[in-house]
Every structure is written in structure tokens, then in C-alpha cells.
Design a protein around this ligand. Sequence first.
Ligand code: BG6
Length: 369
Amino acid sequence: VKGGYDSFMRKEIHEQPTAVADTLRGRFDTRGQLMLDELRIPEAELRSIDKIIVIACGTAAYSGHVAKYAIEHWCRIPVEVELAHEFRYRDPIVGPRTLVVAISQSGETMDTLMAVRHAREQGARVLAICNTHGSTIPRESDAVLYTHAGPEVAVASTKAFLAQVAACYLLGLFLAQLRGTKFPDELRETVAALQALPDKIQRVIDTEPEIEEVARALADEESFLFLGRHVGYPVALEGALKLKEIAYIHAEGFAAGELKHGPIALIEEGQPVFVVVPSPRGRDSLHSKVVSNIQEVRARGARTLVIAEEGDDDVVPFADVIFRVPQTPVLLAPLVSVVPLQIFACALATAKGLDVDQPRNLAKSVTVE
Ligand code: BG6
């Protein structure tokens, strides 16, 4: 059943190029135009949306966090991301021009389902992004965009996360196409780049042995910090979550800009810190700011584990370890930069002799509130 792998999680990490390719397949015409016929929400309504609220839990919520950066940039629609269990208890402002996007691998998470019901009662349109056909959340939503990751068995989500992120990109690109965008060239390039991503994800997976070796060497550590900015921020959060879930190690993700406002006090000799470095071709001076962050934590004794694009030499002087990922447009980077973190967590938990597929105290789908 595990196809020769020692765990479902490792198998599912290896299935990620296919999960993303299958999620993209059939959703573009030959000119690269998106066709999301399955969105049964009338186009006039999609054109008049004035706000998007993403509701989800756990890893699915981090995919929504990535979606916020992409959709706000491409479509100029404000996007809020809310943990589903907080949503209905805060008197959210929801109306007929709000699109609520509920993201769930299982489609059965009770917290997310209750938020969907609340949103619909308030008059919002609800679109589900879901991996499980016929499950409750899509059935109770106005429309559904299925991810085609295939069944995910390991409790800690990997391939479903990549497929959710890909589906969020599809939604953002579709809305931009429908409503017009200030960046038509960028959008065209993004569509082409998205289709090239499965191969790039595979290239990261091919580096698994090097990542595993580093993970084994760090198996006795008690705490890890993860820093990222822009779309690298939710990637940092997801990297930390993976370690907590399956390796039972204290791990925290931060927005790297927040470092100087508190977390830097945690840095002491030997503290391992992962840093997700934005592309040097990105906007503004984010890249150099994050490189400075690596320098700052290293100067205080941290051991730095850096996720950086191929060809980014600026990180070399300050990195104890570099995990390379292929170059991608900035907003698509999470699809490659999260992969080393997944492999790392899986390898570390395996090295500790833990059951990576069935971590203690967790369930694949939490059907109680
Ligand atoms: C959690 C799972 O309880 O539910 C996580 O352990 C998952 O892995 C989260 O991300 C959300 O699940 P779903 O099915 O709604 O995506």
C-alpha cells in the first residue's frame, strides 16, 4: 500500500508533482485561458465580489494565507484569512458581495463546516476547495473547485497542501481574467510558470537524500525557529507545524520582519533557524532584508538552514546549510520552498523512530467542534 515507501507521508511527498499536475490539468484552454466551468457561481456575481474571506484550519489555512498574497496582487480584491473556528464567533462582516472560500482536504472538518453554514446564513456565496469528492463541505457550499491530489492517508498534510495552493492560484488567475487585471503580461507568464511547476517540485524531491542527512544530524534538537516573509511567511508557519505534528518538537514560525520585535531574544548559541529566502528577483528589497536577518541570527550563534533559489549566492556566507529550490515567479515560490521543510520533518520524525503517519493526539479529520 505504501508503494515501497517506509511511510505514507513520504509516499505522499513524492506524489506532489502529480498532485499539482492533476489539479491543473484540464483547467486551461490551448491559449492558456482558464476554464473553471465547475464554478457554478454566475460570472456577473464573481465580477461584483468586493471581498474574499478564506476559512480553513491547520495546513489548509496556510494555503489560504498564500492565496491572500496572490489574489490581492492579481485581482485587487481584499482577501482575509480566518481560522474557521474563530470566524463565526467574531461577528464577521459578510454580505452578498463577499465570496467565502472554504479550504479543506477532507471536506469534513467540523470547524470549517460550521463556518460555511454561518457564512451562508449571512448571505455570502461559499466556494469550497476540497480534495474529497462528495464530502460534506462541498455539498453544503454554492460551488466547489476540487483539488486532485488523490487520497491523503498521513495525518500531516503534504500533497493536499500543494494542491490547495495550486487551486488557489487557479481561482486567483480566473478572477483576474474575468475582472481584468493591471498585470496582463505577468498573468500570462504566471500561467506558463504554473504549468512548469510539477517538474520543479520533482527537482526539489530529488534532493531528498541531502535533506535527510541534515535532518538525521539534528534529530536531538529541542526547538526550531522558522522565518519567512511575503509568501515565505506561511511557508515558515507550515514548516513549523510539520515539525510539531510529527516530530513533537517545539517549532515556531515568524514573519522575518517581526524578528527584531521579540523573537530575536530567543536566539542563543546553537539554535537552529530555518530561513525561507525570497527570490532575489522579487519586489522591493525583501531579499536583502531577509539575507540581513540570516546574518543577524547567525551573529548571535544560530545555526542557519536556508531555503534559497538556485543561483542566489548572497546567502552563501551566512548559511550553515543551503537547501536549493528552482527559480520561480515570486508568488508561486511556496510550491517549491515548502517541500524541503516537509522532507526535513518527515526524515527527522523517522530518525526519532516515530510513527510519522499517525502522530499522537491527532486525527486526519476532526469532525467535532
Ligand atoms: C487537522 C489535521 O486536524 O485538520 C491537519 O490534523 C489538517 O493536518 C486540518 O490540516 C484541516 O483538515 P482539512 O481536512 O479540513 O483540510
